[in-house]
Ligand binder design. Structure first.
Ligand code: TYD
Length: 143
């Protein structure tokens, strides 16, 4: 999980004749942390681009429980966009990944599970500062 830009997740769907159910718990295979916060984004303008930040530490699992949106990720070297378009499809994002959410469908409800409460100081919103921090971390690893 460390050196990859993203980890796409496929959740187990417990379906029967009544419909479908996905259950996610803290410290399960798909959510490798204690869930401390849940938030969801809905009613998003399809033209809007949200996110545009990385985190120092926060770990998150994202899932579109309704509709679809794109998650564009950047680790300072590589870029990748993943479309979340099914409630059984998730994305694990570790801290130092700069990410944006865009191309929201009108019915999109993007659910996010996080390993910590909201903490503004954990945000890195400036892209150039983000690149500096990534470089510093890489230097720490090689020295
Ligand atoms: P913002 O960081 O702009 O959302 P996004 O990263 O999706 O573009 O957050 C919008 C507002 O909501 C901002 O005032 C901070 C607040 N907020 C919380 O209070 N708690 C939270 O868990 C989150 C994610 C945001």
């Amino acid at each position: 999980m460390m050196n990859t830009l993203t980890k796409e997740l496929q959740f187990t769907v417990r379906g029967d004749e009544r419909g479908s159910l996905v259950a996610l718990e803290s410290l399960c295979e798909q959510v490798p942390f204690e869930i401390k916060r849940v938030y969801y984004i809905f009613g998003t303008d399809p033209e809007a681009v949200r996110g545009k930040h990385a985190h120092h530490k926060l770990k998150q699992v994202l899932v579109c429980v309704s509709g679809a949106c794109d998650i564009r990720m950047d680790d300072g070297k590589e870029r990748k966009t993943v479309r979340l378009d099914h409630p059984a499809k998730g994305l694990y994002i570790e801290g130092l990944i700069y990410h944006e959410m865009l191309n929201f469908s009108r019915d999109c409800v993007l659910l996010v599970l996080a390993d910590a409460p909201y903490y503004e100081k954990d945000y890195i919103r400036d892209y150039n500062k983000y690149l500096e921090i990534v470089k510093e971390k890489a230097n720490e690893r090689t020295n």
